[in-house]
Ligand binder design. Structure first.
Ligand code: PLP
Length: 403
């Protein structure tokens, strides 16, 4: 069969592939511990679940406006004011079917063939492919743990061409957990303000921050910057609502109107029931977030300490999100590494390492190459303390065999 050039350029999501492989092995009775998925292990809080049930039982099960219920758009406006000190009108926000859909829609309305989007690496696996699907060209800026996994104003400036349409800022980041301070964002804004490019601020991990780190958005830097920023957020990570599929964006009214047209001719509205649950999430009791944070911070502390004491591993201490992104170049230098690379023969070392950990340690982690850097792997710590303890013990034992 013949397929479009567009779809042939796109790779399957590696995180979904690792998670599916882990589920398959589990279903065959293999005792796999999965650290692949990027989702909280908590249930959606009760008040939010109840809002969903109430929507079903009171007949709120029909179409809504394609860009979302007016009540939800108002709730999003309130959230931006309350949490981010950003003022938007309801016509400047839109609800999409998950944060991934938000970014996908944005690429579809922004890009013409060959337009460039700057993506700092390590990056969320889906950004480059969604740029490609829209006919655009991902322009990658590499960052390393030593630089806090953050791009500098000079790197940004050097990557901008006449084709650049946008730069993605994902803070705290998936997969590194690195987060930008206000001053760092201000320095990047100085470069952006001199051009006509857009900043895409992906704030999906905004509430998951450690050691009292204060979240800032580049849109807070100046009025000019606010006009030039599209803020992307959603309920998936903050409220443990990954399956409900609610994402949203705020930005220029004309741009939002174009996304509304695209959505009206593609998915139509995000699920009505989920929208009512999202209203409760955004406007209801926020104290559950603090409870989840206590668990995330405890797990972060444990995981980073453990990883840093394993042979060949050095792990950046993330400011936020729920991922550890250990550097494993030292593992590739261990005496017995050759046995792993000969056995798995993958063109990428991080893929061979993850295949080894899946087979030898029965743990599922994602190769760094999926995020643009072969010297790392990603493990999610959004799972139980027992799983973390057992899984890390197994990873340690597997790595010790390579010494
Ligand atoms: N942005 C980042 C950086 C993510 O890691 C994810 C999910 O993994 C999303 C956006 C989208 O989340 P969802 O589509 O589940 O709302």
């Amino acid at each position: 069969m013949k397929f479009s050039d567009r779809i042939l350029k796109v790779k399957p999501s590696p995180t979904i592939a690792v998670t599916s492989m882990a589920s398959l092995l589990k279903s065959q009775g293999v005792d796999i511990i999965g650290f692949g998925a990027g989702e909280p292990d908590f249930d959606t809080p009760k008040n939010i679940r109840e809002a969903g049930i109430k929507a079903i039982e009171t007949g709120k099960t029909r179409y809504t406006p394609s860009g979302g219920l007016p009540e939800l758009r108002n709730a999003i406006v309130t959230k931006f004011k309350r949490d981010n000190n950003l003022e938007y009108k309801p016509s400047e926000v839109i609800v999409n079917c998950g944060g991934k859909h938000s970014f996908y829609n944005l690429m579809q309305v922004l890009l013409n063939d060959g337009d460039e989007v700057i993506i700092p690496a390590p990056y969320w696996v889906s950004y480059p492919d969604m740029v490609l699907l829209a006919g655009g060209k991902p322009v990658i800026i590499n960052t390393e743990a030593e630089a806090g996994f953050k791009i500098t104003p000079a790197q940004l400036e050097a990557s901008i061409t006449s084709k650049t349409r946008a730069v993605v800022i994902n803070s705290p980041s998936n997969p590194t957990g690195a987060a930008y301070s206000f001053d760092e964002l201000k320095a990047l804004a100085e470069v952006i303000e001199k051009t006509d490019i857009i900043a895409i601020s992906d704030d999906i991990y905004e509430t998951i921050l450690f050691d009292g780190f204060k979240f800032s958005n580049i849109a807070n830097v100046s009025d000019t910057m606010k006009k030039r920023t599209v803020v992307l957020n959603g309920c998936s990570k903050t409220y443990a609502m990954t399956g409900w599929r609610i994402g949203y964006m705020a930005g220029d009214q004309e741009l939002i109107a174009k996304i509304d047209i695209l959505q009206g001719q593609s998915t139509s509205n995000p699920t009505t029931i989920s929208q009512w649950a999202a209203i409760e999430a955004l406007t209801g009791d926020q104290s559950v977030l603090a409870e989840m944070m206590v668990a995330f911070e405890r797990r972060r502390n444990f995981v980073i300490k453990e990883l840093n004491s394993m042979p060949g591993v050095t792990c950046y201490n993330p400011e936020g999100a729920f991922y550890a992104f250990p550097g494993v170049s030292g593992v590739y230098d261990l005496k017995e590494w050759n046995k792993v690379s000969e056995k798995y023969k993958d063109q990428y070392k991080s893929s061979s390492l993850c295949a080894y950990l899946m087979e030898e340690a029965k743990t599922a982690v994602v190769p760094g190459i999926a995020f643009g850097n072969d010297g790392y792997f990603r493990m999610s710590f959004a799972t139980s303390d027992e799983n973390l303890k057992e899984g890390l013990k197994r990873i340690r034992e597997a790595l010790e065999k390579l010494v």
